[in-house]
Design a protein around this ligand. Structure first.
Ligand code: GAR
Length: 198
């Protein structure tokens, strides 16, 4: 069974969906540890509730990336916990070369838009503000670019005239919570390769 680490900076509802899928028996995966750059992030609380090691790491002096000493510490933690794959779930920092090289083709991310449209920060809001009528979420492999890695899974939602950003995001999150565990299961079954080929 593949051994995962999950990284997040916030509420961790996607992480919860992964934990729930494992507990429901629909996902073959083991979560070895959950890491956050935010000491009081709810995602760490979710880890503790499920007796999964919850680890905070300080990214200073960097504000937007995981690099330098912090990256080295994270690599050491991943080694100690015998981690094979990494799922970024609302992790709001750029992953840099040290981690990318150590886990080449083994880091995945979920993004709140239909990539390649609306990469970067606030993908959901970008799509809503643009006025698209269909949007969704994307699970993809992580490479050195911003949300440019090979696509694993996508789900769509439609944006109706009476939708607000809040109602749209609620529909979007519901689809994310299906798409992310599904993508992990496809990887577990060897049904998807790191270039996105099935
Ligand atoms: C999710 O909507 C995810 O797509 C987004 O952050 C949210 C995290 O929610 N990720 C990004 O924007 C990455 N650039 P969660 O903490 O409740 O899973």
């Amino acid at each position: 069974m593949l051994k995962w680490a999950i990284f997040g900076s916030g509420s961790g509802t996607n992480c919860q969906a992964i934990i729930d899928a494992i507990e429901a028996g629909t996902l073959d995966a083991e979560i070895k540890c959950i890491l956050s750059d935010v000491a009081d992030a709810a995602i760490l609380e979710r880890a503790r509730k499920h007796n999964i090691p919850a680890i905070h790491f300080d990214c200073a002096p960097f504000k937007t990336k995981l690099d330098g000493e912090a990256e080295q510490k994270v690599l050491q933690t991943l080694e100690e916990h015998d981690v094979d794959f990494i799922a970024l779930a609302g992790f709001m920092r750029m992953v840099k070369d040290g981690l990318l090289n150590a886990y080449q083709g083994r880091i995945i991310n979920i993004h709140p838009s239909l990539l390649p449209s609306f990469p970067g920060l606030d993908g959901g809001k970008q799509a809503f503000d643009y006025g698209v009528k269909i949007t969704g979420c994307t699970v993809h492999f992580v490479d050195a670019g911003v949300d440019t890695g090979a696509i694993i899974n996508q789900k769509i939602i439609s944006i109706e005239n009476d939708d607000t950003l809040e109602t749209m995001m609620k529909k979007l999150h519901a689809q994310e919570h299906i798409a992310y565990p599904e993508a992990l299961q496809w990887i577990a079954e060897g049904r998807i390769h790191s270039d996105g080929r099935r």
